[in-house]
Design a protein around this ligand. Structure first.
Ligand code: SAM
Ligand code: SF4
Length: 325
């Protein structure tokens, strides 16, 4: 079992298979292309799998494949198959922008993928383009349908940005509810890599928008869930991810592996240890895993007090396209 110095049990590993992406979400990735890590410096699937085996043997119960955009890396289904064959009952999930999902949903499901979270921030063509810099709303919607048809358990992720997609909260909610899919609204986490000027809409404001048409109650927190769970008068359940709230870190059970081999204990801070030098040694991989888990920081520095104040508060320099969110 993996336990950190604050007695949190860590049983969730997020694996980023690439930092590259076919979108340029304004809250995540700079608009212009920049230097990508050359392919030869990335971990191969075999190397990632060596680490994953050690992680599973040490108590990891849930693995989420992410990126960048994970579906742009070739043969992802083969990687999924390696993991699901090693541990068929592992909780194996994927987070994707959905653009390439229509083509890949069936083969990912056959490879053993059970769950997929699809990011969708707007149902309006113009706003979708404004936020992602890709005219891809139709493809993402088709990706959602394909995942449902393939029999995967689907959730939707929406990052809410003040004054941009704030007015679509109810539309996105109704879209998800009609499809019987759980939506999770995510408070935008400010970071140095995002397009300047974007503002977080706090969860209280997200709830206010929904309460205009629904009676919402909070449900008891699920152990180690990043999202707070809510339910409306019809029994439909949805989540809000509130990294600015203390409970987010108190229940944190996650570590992250980047495509470059950095093992990252926290989404906010730059600290990490690279696992490449330990390849070929199970003991070495186990030691670095235990050390990084033990040294997880107690909490991030996102704070409701600093929201929207244009303060000189230091921003996190961790890039979401690198850590995988
Ligand atoms: N490309 C995939 C996608 O967009 O779903 C996977 C990687 S993305 C980094 C993972 C998640 O992080 C997405 O749901 C995305 O919306 C979210 N994300 C990225 N930047 C964020 C930010 N600054 N604040 C909050 N969520 C963010
Ligand atoms: Fe790409 Fe996902 Fe980042 Fe958007 S949030 S730029 S889709 S990695």
């Amino acid at each position: 079992m993996l336990i950190d110095q604050y007695e949190r049990k860590v049983d969730y590993l997020r694996v980023s298979v690439t930092s590259r992406c076919n979108f340029r979400c304004q809250y995540c990735m700079p608009e212009k292309p920049f230097e990508w890590t050359p392919k030869e410096d990335l971990l191969s699937y075999e190397e990632m799998f060596s680490f994953i085996k050690v992680s599973i043997d040490n108590g990891i119960k849930k693995i989420r494949i992410t990126g960048g955009e994970p579906l742009v890396r070739a043969d992802l289904d083969q990687f999924i198959k390696m993991i699901s064959e090693y541990k068929p009952d592992i909780d194996l999930a994927l987070t994707t922008n959905g653009f390439l999902l229509k083509q890949q949903a069936k083969k990912l499901k056959s490879a053993g993928l059970k769950r997929v979270n699809i990011s969708i921030d707007s149902l309006e063509k113009e706003t979708f383009w404004y936020l992602t810099k890709k005219d891809a709303l139709a493809e993402v919607k088709a990706g959602i349908e394909a995942a449902l048809e393939a029999g995967m358990f689907v959730k939707l992720n929406t990052v809410v940005i003040k004054d941009i997609n704030q007015f679509e909260i109810n539309d996105l909610y109704n879209f998800s509810k009609q499809k019987g899919i759980q939506i999770r609204f995510i408070e935008y986490m400010e970071n140095e890599n995002a397009f300047g000027g974007l503002k977080t809409l706090p969860s209280s404001e997200i709830l206010k928008e929904l309460e205009k048409s629904h009676r919402i109650k909070e449900l008891p927190a699920k152990e180690n869930s990043a999202a707070k769970l809510y339910q409306d008068e019809s029994g439909y359940q949805f989540g809000i991810i509130e990294p600015y709230d203390d409970s987010f870190c108190k229940s944190c059970n996650r570590i992250r592996l980047s495509a470059e081999g950095d093992l990252i204990p926290c989404l906010y801070f730059e600290d990490s240890q690279n696992i490449k030098q330990h390849m070929g040694s199970e003991k070495g991989l186990e030691n670095v895993l235990k050390e990084v888990v033990f040294n997880k920081p107690e909490k991030n520095k996102w704070s409701h007090n600093s929201l929207n104040l244009n303060s000189d508060q230091e921003l996190s320099s961790r890039a979401f396209y690198f850590t995988g969110g």
